[in-house]
Design a protein around this ligand. Structure first.
Ligand code: PLP
Length: 422
């Protein structure tokens, strides 16, 4: 198909040209004396993205799922009891992984469309007088439902219960795009992947561990080899990895971190919020509902949009892909067919997103969903116009050589044409 493909799944996200160019390089010796400069700078700068000074980042050639596994097996033993809230496909899959490692998981089932049930977490922890529970597992941004949970509130209830359980947070679709404060919220294990807010291809599973998590490592008996923090700690200390690192991705990560810091991390969060608000304005204008049940759960990286009764979200996605070259996210697990998702995470701006909203709108009309043509696009565009930063005054342009010349003998004026000067 001619023109650009519109990639609007919530990961993998669009990879900026700068990152693509940074990765496009010959391979090199990862044991050379030059290599540690790259690795050390990445391990240092990742801390800024996690907002931690005391945490230790680990970069695995893996994905978010590998990050889940690394966080658990390095800090827990088979038979350990943990609690985990389940409110979407990703929290479900993390629980499955924990169970397959022999952990005993108390599952807190929540309606899909809501987030972490802090009162129930407090209640369970308060009743656990023996401190048998070793960990609390929370997905910060449930990508399947477009729900963001309040991690600060989870930390408050753990503290209120006076409980020493470690706090494990999946930030795969939040870290680097939604405010995340590892130190302030005292998150013990924060997990992300490369293919969302970090704007890279999939292939890195990144985990940041607090001092308490590193201490738990000494007691943890879950078998681990590839994901062993211990091997990483030894090799990373001198700027190397215990096995061949994903070199191209590491160079890409260097560039993506530079891009994020140039924009400013907090500006990145604000951009994601404003772009997401435009999508939500479109959804309201269509007369449709988000899967997220209340504004407090709204995700700034993905909107899961329920399709009207009698329609299949998969049909919308299929038409958008085949007719308009637009990739939208599918409904996952028990939400299959009930919704489609617009990912608004990573390297994107207003007009890119308006393209996705237009494509979703056209595809919905094509499959027969009754929405007014242009309604979502208009609502989002007006949101972006009305919330745009005021433009700084433009410096006077130098006179154009093509501007009409004054008749010979007249005094020559400098500056913009009269019409522009008024
Ligand atoms: N957690 C969340 C919130 C996700 O969105 C995903 C993937 O989309 C994962 C975990 C799993 O990550 P991966 O597919 O990189 O293994």
């Amino acid at each position: 198909m001619p023109g650009r493909h519109f990639l609007f799944v919530p990961g993998p996200t669009n990879v900026p040209e700068r990152v693509l160019r940074a990765m496009h390089r010959p391979m090199e010796d990862h044991r050379s004396s030059a290599f540690p400069e790259l690795a050390t700078s990445l391990l240092r700068d990742l801390k800024k993205v996690f907002k931690t000074t005391t945490g230790q980042p680990f970069i695995f050639p893996a994905t978010g799922t590998g990050g889940w596994e690394a966080a658990l097996v390095n800090t827990l033993s088979p038979g350990d009891r943990v609690i985990a809230a389940r409110y979407g496909q990703f929290s479900h899959l993390w629980i499955d992984l924990a169970q397959r490692h022999g952990l005993r998981v108390d599952i807190l089932d929540v309606e899909w469309g809501e987030g972490a049930p802090v009162d129930r977490i407090e209640d369970i922890l308060t009743r656990d007088k023996q401190h048998e529970i070793k960990g609390v597992l929370i997905v910060h941004n449930e990508t399947a439902t477009g729900v963001t949970s309040d991690i600060a509130a989870v930390r408050r209830v753990i503290d209120a219960a006076g409980h020493p359980a470690l706090l494990y947070v999946d930030g795969v679709s939040s870290i680097g795009s939604v405010d995340f404060r590892m130190d302030e919220w005292r998150v013990d294990l924060a997990i992300t992947g490369s293919q969302k807010g970090l704007m890279l291809p999939a292939g890195l599973g990144i985990v940041c561990a607090s001092p308490a998590a590193l201490a738990a490592r000494e007691r943890a008996k879950c078998p681990r080899v590839f994901f062993d923090f211990g091997d990483m700690i030894k090799a990373n200390a001198s700027g190397y990895f215990p096995y061949t690192p994903a070199l191209a991705l590491l160079y890409g990560l260097r560039e993506s971190l530079d891009i994020i810091f140039e924009e400013g991390l907090d500006n990145v969060f604000a951009r994601h919020r404003r772009l997401a608000q435009g999508v939500r304005a479109a959804v309201r204008a269509w007369g449709l509902k988000l899967c997220a049940r209340e504004p407090k759960w709204h995700s700034d990286t993905v909107s899961a949009i329920m399709v009207a009764e009698g329609f299949n979200g998969a049909d919308v996605i299929d038409v958008a892909f085949r007719r308009y070259n637009l990739a939208l996210g599918a409904g996952l697990g028990r939400l299959a067919g009930k919704l489609f998702r617009i990912g608004h995470v990573g390297d994107l701006n207003e007009l890119m997103l308006l393209g996705a909203i237009a494509g979703a709108e056209m595809a919905m009309r094509d499959v027969g969903i009754k929405i007014a043509a242009g309604s979502g696009v208009a609502a989002a565009a007006e949101h972006y116009r009305s919330t745009a930063e005021p433009l700084p005054a433009r410096a006077a342009a130098p006179p154009s050589p093509d501007a009409p010349q004054p008749p010979s003998g007249a005094t020559k004026t400098v500056g913009p044409p009269a019409a522009v000067r008024t």
